[in-house]
Design a protein around this ligand. Structure first.
Ligand code: PAF
Length: 286
């Protein structure tokens, strides 16, 4: 395992200079876009990039345009030194850590709006979120021009929005989506987990427990989405102060609600615990 801190560049010009040699040598370039506060979930993406590519770039940029006015932009964890140490441990070749002004230069006026898959679920709860995500991801793809870009399934809808954007705009990149990484007790890893007090961290297990409950109900032959969602809600509401944004049982390609579970189905949920908004999901195949 390499323990060399990756080279860090902050400007697009430096980034392109570093990538020129790799590209000239015919190296396959992998990009892992992140907002920092790295955890095992991110590192699994870096490892996937390392395994399939010859040169791995990780971007660390807390993208202001994907946060709503009352969201956690200012308190979002910024842990650059620790992030670089973790990236060293998995052999990242280059870290791209731009400033806000480098990404959104004065006069920036172009935005990417993705259609129907960006509308429900997170799109409804966080208006403008996917416009910010799609715009920054397209910019990062244009800056790095990777062969492959890696995203986590925990942000299932985000990955779908990015796939749709890349396909619709003919971006020459392969989008890879890697499985959710969970703590030993099942909580999906997230940079926002660090906001939770120890007691709230325990209560947050209701997200995973409710997904497991849904899995059991389907395995026992349950097909009625309303009954399954009701049981999930009931379980989540046993956690003191849990506030449900949505429990959705939907088609995994269109994100439209399904009436009964007949084929591959996505169950996605967003719940606030102690004011921290957590999301999780699972794909079921009856
Ligand atoms: O998933 C994230 O961390 C962010 O939404 C992303 C893809 C890095 C864009 O800012």
């Amino acid at each position: 395992m390499s323990h060399t801190i990756p080279k860090v560049v902050a400007t697009v010009a430096q980034l392109r200079e570093e990538l020129r040699a790799a590209r000239r040598a015919g190296r396959k370039i992998g990009l892992v876009p992140t907002m920092g506060a790295l955890h095992e979930g991110h590192l699994s993406l870096v490892r996937a990039a390392k395994a399939a590519c010859d040169f791995t770039v990780v971007s660390i940029f807390v993208n202001p345009s994907q946060f709503g006015p009352n969201e956690d932009l200012t308190k979002y964890p910024r842990t650059l030194e620790a992030d670089l140490a973790l990236l060293a441990g998995c052999g990242t070749d280059l870290a791209f850590v731009p400033t806000g002004d480098e990404v959104y230069r004065a006069g920036h006026a172009t935005w990417v709006e993705v259609g129907s898959v960006a509308e429900p679920l997170e799109g409804t709860c966080r208006p403008g979120h996917f416009r910010g995500v799609a715009t920054v991801v397209l910019k990062l793809l244009n800056m790095v021009q990777p062969d492959v870009a890696y995203f986590g399934q925990k942000d299932y809808q985000q990955a779908l929005v990015i796939r749709c954007m890349a396909a619709d705009l003919d971006v020459p990149v392969t989008i890879r989506v890697c499985p959710i990484v969970r703590e030993a007790d099942g909580l999906a890893m997230s940079s926002r987990n660090r906001y939770l007090s120890p007691a709230a961290r325990q209560r947050a297990l209701v997200l995973w427990n409710s997904l497991q409950l849904a899995g059991r109900l389907v395995a026992e032959g349950g097909r009625d989405v309303h009954a399954i969602a009701a049981r999930m809600r009931e379980l989540i509401e046993t956690a003191e102060d849990a506030r449900i944004d949505y429990v959705a049982i939907v088609d995994p390609e269109t994100l439209r609600p399904v009436e009964s579970i007949v084929g591959r189905t996505l169950i996605a949920l967003a719940v606030k615990i102690e004011n921290t908004r957590l999301i999780d999901n699972c794909l079921l195949e009856p």
